[in-house]
Design a protein around this ligand. Structure first.
Ligand SMILES: Nc1nc2c(c(=O)[nH]1)N[C@H]1C(S)=C(S)[C@@H](COP(=O)(O)OP(=O)(O)OC[C@H]3O[C@@H](n4cnc5c(=O)[nH]c(N)nc54)[C@H](O)[C@@H]3O)O[C@H]1N2
Ligand SMILES: Nc1nc2c(c(=O)[nH]1)N[C@H]1C(S)=C(S)[C@@H](COP(=O)(O)OP(=O)(O)OC[C@H]3O[C@@H](n4cnc5c(=O)[nH]c(N)nc54)[C@H](O)[C@@H]3O)O[C@H]1N2
Ligand SMILES: [Mo]
Length: 639
């Protein structure tokens, strides 16, 4: 039976075996896979529904009236590709190659399908994205301390006693990681603002106020240092700037940490003592660092596992294989203009983008401040092409829509940002649409490009990427996955040590130590828009139909506003307003409200990103700051 891999933008990257029986796809987890271990998450188990969905785009579409109106006519592939190629050529001739932007993300994480289209855009010397939507601030922060964001191999969890899920709802977003920690019998703690499903399943839950993680981490470090609980030999040999850091936390008062975080001094001390005794490791979440405080917080948390003697005692991003061959930046003849991902609307407003090619992403659901982005797109003369499996919100705003196929319909390989396995994905069936690489080749041909790199087959690219990474195609074919061997490594910082005093941060104009800052919005309630269990950002809403559009609000905040459970409310700020139902819940603390992220506007009429801020964490690579959003909520009478 063919091997498949769930290619979604998710930690787990599950290996599966699948087959077509009586015309229906069946999938099950590959029991041999050491991490994903033969079981699927509730979304993965429904993949056949997604694959067979009647909603799938079957033919290319060309827009016939106003942007966003949904008026399209069907066209042949030849006509659609011809039109895209013609517009691309004209735009480059008239406005230069840098007025073309390819906007893509991890809608499909397959090495070929993610990267191959970039070859065309590199060849054409167009602008490309400087990614910032997801985990950027934390990346920069970890580089400040360790020189890398690559931490612990999760298979090493078997030798650990305690893992702290810090700002990650792993039971929903990294189910196989959570199951692995349970399987190895680790004690599990959660640090979160919200009592999530992960918090409920943890041995301990530390409920902090938004943005105060930096203080909690510094307070814990202070106790560990001042009570002499740290690993002296390790710190002496491997940490740079320990004395300065010790002096820095000396000035911090635990009473202050307690007041700000909302945890008692006893809780903070207990955290420190037990973390040190059990030599804890930390899984640092992506979710919580998407705020103006995110970068500094990750920097502070990163210190804790080193204090208790771990070389790389954090889990963040496993950048395992080098995919640059697939992406082909070597085809450029000019350095790339990089447009910060979070500033798409701004660049469109300024007229710097005249042609936008979107694949593997649904920015009209996932980017913040949707009113601004939609207005910018509607009022500009940018030509938009979207390649997707479905008629997404982004597709609706496009001039040309090209149908994509799914990973069940092609060959690819994929790595994971959580574990060290590369998995094989073989075609099982063929329904509609064309893969990202097929469309790239069609476009290259229509543009008259001769360069052979644009016509390499998927298998050729895969074999070359494997070879360059020292991995065996034969082993992969036989088992469906291969482990990437870990090479001995050191910290890639200026001092070659773990930097508690960060020289890189200083070079970037920041303080050498993590700083706590209070952020205050114009509106009274902090809006968090985290991840939902049954979707992957905007994906599966249209096929599985399982979403939760409620606004979660603390009963005290609700009462102050005369709001009862199940009543219709308006949530608003200067970015926009949305109408939904209130759900009263103690899981969110006072002063915080919650909407799950990025459903389909086309289906729901709104999504949380009509309210979210498009400010970025400037000091940390212009990372997104979705959670730094404030709103007010009012009851809508008689509705
Ligand atoms: N089911 C499912 N799984 C997914 C995805 C999906 O859409 N659905 N998306 C994938 C992607 S793209 C990503 S990036 C990851 C995200 O995975 P997670 O990091 O688990 O994602 P979130 O739920 O967005 O955020 C985690 C937590 O951060 C908390 N938080 C917010 N602000 C703060 C704060 O100031 N301090 C603390 N301590 N906590 C805070 C939120 O309450 C939330 O519970 O998941 C991946 N896996
Ligand atoms: N409010 C709020 N918003 C957020 C976040 C948040 O925490 N809060 N989180 C952010 C995060 S962490 C992320 S990573 C982003 C993700 O944002 P996006 O990158 O926009 O992710 P998706 O919504 O998963 O959209 C992926 C699209 O790719 C399409 N696709 C899937 N497979 C293929 C394929 O093989 N080929 C082609 N051409 N298309 C394919 C899917 O149908 C889907 O429409 O969202 C961000 N948005
Ligand atoms: Mo993400």
């Amino acid at each position: 039976m063919p091997f498949s891999v769930c290619m979604r933008d998710c930690y787990d990257t599950c290996s599966m075996v699948s087959e077509l029986r009586d015309g229906r796809l069946r999938v099950r987890g590959n029991p041999e896979h050491p991490i994903t271990a033969g079981f699927l998450c509730p979304k993965g188990a429904l993949l056949p529904k997604w694959f067979h969905s009647e909603d799938r785009l079957k033919n290319p579409l060309i827009r016939t009236s106003g942007r966003g109106s949904g008026s399209f006519r069907e066209a042949s592939w030849e006509e659609a590709i011809g039109l895209v190629a013609k517009k691309l050529k004209e735009t480059i001739e008239k406005h230069g190659s840098e007025s073309v932007l390819v906007y893509q993300y991890a809608g499909d994480r397959g090495v070929v399908n993610y990267a191959f289209p970039l070859r065309l855009f590199h060849y054409l010397n167009t602008a490309v994205l400087d990614y910032g939507i997801c985990d950027r601030a934390g990346q920069e922060a970890l580089k400040d301390v360790y020189g890398t964001a690559v931490g612990l191999d999760p298979e090493e969890l078997k030798d650990q006693r305690l893992v702290v899920y810090w700002g990650i709802n792993a039971f929903w977003t990294n189910l196989h990681g959570f199951a692995l920690a349970k399987r190895h019998g680790l004690e599990i703690w959660t640090v979160d603002v919200v009592r999530t499903e992960t918090a409920r399943r943890s041995d301990r839950f530390f409920q902090v106020r938004p943005d105060t993680d930096v203080l909690l981490a510094l307070g814990v470090a202070k106790v560990i240092i001042e009570e002499g609980l740290y690993d002296r030999a390790f710190v002496r040999g491997n940490v740079y700037g320990f004395e300065e850091f010790r002096n820095y936390v000396k000035t911090l008062s635990l009473d202050y940490v307690s007041r700000e975080t909302g945890l008692s001094v006893e809780e903070i001390e207990a955290f420190a003592r037990e973390f040190a005794e059990k030599r804890g490791v930390v899984h640092i979440g992506y979710g919580f660092q998407r705020s103006l405080a995110g970068g500094e917080a990750v920097r502070a948390i990163a210190v804790l596992p080193a204090l208790v003697g771990h070389r790389f005692g954090f889990i963040y991003d496993m950048k395992t294989i080098d995919k640059s061959y697939a992406e082909g930046a070597f085809l450029r003849t000019k350095p790339a203009k990089r447009i910060p991902q979070m500033k798409l609307a701004e660049y469109i407003e300024r007229g710097e983008i005249k042609f936008l090619y979107v694949y593997n992403s649904n920015p009209l659901a996932s980017l913040p401040n949707q009113n601004r982005l939609r207005k910018a797109l509607s009022e500009s003369d940018v030509f938009v092409v979207t390649h997707d499996i479905f008629l997404t919100d982004t597709a609706l705003y496009s001039d040309v829509v090209l149908p994509a196929n799914t990973f069940f319909e092609r060959l690819d390989i994929v790595d994971s940002y959580y574990h060290r396995y590369v998995a094989l994905n073989e075609p099982v069936a063929r329904l509609y649409g064309r893969s990202n690489s097929e469309v790239t080749r069609l476009l290259a041909r229509a543009l008259g490009i001769k360069n052979p790199h644009l016509y390499e087959s998927d298998e050729e690219v895969i074999r070359k990427v494997l070879e360059l990474n020292g991995l065996s195609w034969e082993e992969l074919k036989a088992k469906g996955f291969v482990k990437i061997p870990e090479k001995p490594r050191r910290w890639e910082t200026p001092s070659g040590k773990i930097e508690f005093f960060s020289r890189r941060a200083v070079e970037r104009g920041l303080s050498p130590f993590p700083q706590y800052r209070k952020f205050k919005g114009k509106y009274p309630l902090r809006l968090l828009t985290p991840t939902y269990r049954m979707t992957i950002t905007s994906q599966y809403h249209n096929t599985y139909g399982m979403i939760d559009p409620n606004l979660y609000i603390n009963p005290v905040d609700a009462e102050e506003r005369g709001i009862e459970d199940g009543e219709t409310v308006e949530v608003f700020n200067d970015y926009g307003r949305i109408k939904t139902l209130a759900k009263l819940s103690d899981d969110v603390p006072r002063g915080v409200v919650l909407l799950y992220k990025a459903f389909w506007v086309r289906l729901l009429g709104w999504n949380a990103n009509f309210l979210t801020t498009d400010e970025t964490v400037e000091d940390y690579g212009n990372g997104s700051a979705y959670h730094s959003t404030w709103v007010e909520v009012r009851k809508l009478k008689g509705e």
